[in-house]
Design a protein around this ligand. Structure first.
Ligand SMILES: Cc1ncc(COP(=O)(O)O)c(C=O)c1O
Length: 445
């Protein structure tokens, strides 16, 4: 028997759970009391024991068009039957070019050169490497320093954990030299702010501090998530991203947005760059790119950056970088079908229609037990709980279990609960999410 054939048959401590070393999971705790998702359709999963679970997190911030989209499955099947795989090094296949053109057409103006990767982590490494290659190509080879931000999450490659600012991602592993960080933007003055908070634009001035410390001529790029997702939904203060942009311009530093979460409609616009009206020089995507159906990432690059590398002998490979699965045909097919769905159903802007309802609903949890902050933007919310004394993270973990047992999937990091539903969410789903959470919080020690 396999897990796939008999999802209901999986039991605690079953030997069939042993081989799989699960990512970002407390493996022993999980395997004592597994939470299994066996099927999915629309806004719901079906659990291993046959219960319907409302998806409050779009899987892992990626299933923006909802689950079980036939059109994506059929496009992938068709593509696999036509061309299952083709190398992308010194060879090309039509669907990768088609997909890049379609993405360029929805990108913020000028960010229309697309490099394909296999994941968000790969997109981050790719963007950082392009930044270094650009400076070298334009006679600024001393610009090698990378600047991230505290509480940033940029995946798990060595580049990503180095510019990232999550202690647990860094403490066990070595990180790249020549990396520094600006401060995060979380500020208690902004507790329970609705949308973008008032205080903290000045945190961007840390770029100036690092320029004074290291010298602008050593700094290649600043990378930030426009809205920090994985470290607990940190919404940028009003004016903050604008200030970052102008400081980077002043000092010749490239600005990279990591839009792995915010890309493809999460804030009610195609990209966060559109929402904030601030244009980065490069931005990373993954997740919603293929509706989570096939792993893939893409880096959007300002045309001048791409063009700056298109020099030298034509026989020369301009960027010595790429992945076996860059532009994988099946992933491109999934991405094209996903874009069709997004366009036809208006999902890249649907979040804007629901954002007001969402905001009111989630702020209704203010006053629930242990809730010390609620932060929201677009169709995202972070609900922060006061940690239990001596047991950080335990309280939110209890809420995760309680919600799962009562039919709602939420995500927790530390003691922060995050919700980010598929963009097909309806008002009654939002009501159910808030009610289930409210009940769970009321029962919480
Ligand atoms: C902002 C951001 N960057 C990068 C990543 C890494 O993406 P992946 O897990 O696909 O490597 C994530 C994943 O959550 C993310 O949220």
């Amino acid at each position: 028997m396999t897990v796939h054939e008999t999802p209901g048959a999986i039991r605690a401590n079953s030997p069939s759970l042993d081989a799989y070393w699960m990512p970002f999971t407390a493996n022993r705790q999980f395997k004592r009391a597994p939470r299994l998702l066996a099927a999915a359709e629309g806004m719901h999963y079906t659990s291993g024991d046959g219960r319907r679970i409302l998806d409050g997190t779009a899987g892992l911030w990626c299933v923006n068009a909802g689950h079980g989209r036939r059109r994506i499955a059929e496009a992938v099947e068709r593509q696999l039957r036509t061309l299952d795989y083709a190398p992308s090094f010194q060879m090309g296949h039509p669907i990768a070019f088609d997909f890049a053109e379609r993405l360029a057409a929805i990108a913020p103006a000028g960010l229309d050169r697309i490099f394909f990767t296999g994941s968000g982590s790969e997109s981050v490494d790719t963007a950082l490497k392009i930044a270094l290659a650009y400076h070298r190509a334009t006679g600024n080879a001393s610009r090698t320093r990378l600047i991230g931000r505290e509480r940033g999450y940029h995946g798990v490659g060595f580049g990503g954990i180095s510019v990232g600012g999550l202690v647990n991602n860094r403490r066990v592993f070595t990180t790249l030299p020549g990396v520094d960080h600006i401060r995060h933007t979380h500020d208690p003055r902004n507790a329970f702010a609705k949308g973008q908070p008032e205080h903290g634009a000045e945190y961007a001035d840390d770029v100036e501090r690092l320029v004074a410390l290291h010298g602008a001529e050593t700094i290649a790029a600043v990378i930030v998530e426009p809205v920090a997702g994985s470290t607990g939904v940190l919404v940028p203060p009003k004016g903050y991203l604008e200030r970052l942009r102008s400081l980077c311009d002043r000092h010749g530093i490239l600005l990279i947005f990591d839009e792995v979460i915010t890309g493809f409609g999460r804030l009610g616009t195609p990209f966060a760059a559109d929402y904030f009206g601030v244009k980065p020089d490069l931005f990373t995507t993954a997740k919603g790119l293929t509706n989570g159906a096939i792993p893939m990432g893409a880096v959007f690059v300002r045309r001048e950056i791409h063009d700056a590398l298109m020099h030298g002998p034509e026989s020369q490979i301009e960027l010595f970088h790429g992945y076996t699965y860059s532009g994988h045909p099946a992933a491109c097919a999934a991405g094209l079908a996903t874009l069709d769905i997004y366009t036809e159903e208006g999902l890249l802007t649907r979040g804007a229609e629901l954002a007001g309802y969402w905001e009111n609903a989630v702020h209704g949890l203010r006053g629930s037990r242990h809730v010390v902050d609620i932060r929201n933007l677009g169709l995202v919310v972070g609900i922060e709980l006061e940690p239990r004394t001596g047991a950080p993270g335990a309280r939110a973990y209890d809420v995760l279990n309680d919600c799962f047992n009562r039919g709602l999937l939420i995500r927790v990091t530390g003691d922060i609960i995050a919700l980010s539903p598929p963009l097909i969410v309806e008002r009654e789903h939002i009501d159910t999410m808030v009610q289930t959470l409210s009940d769970a919080l009321a029962r919480l020690d």
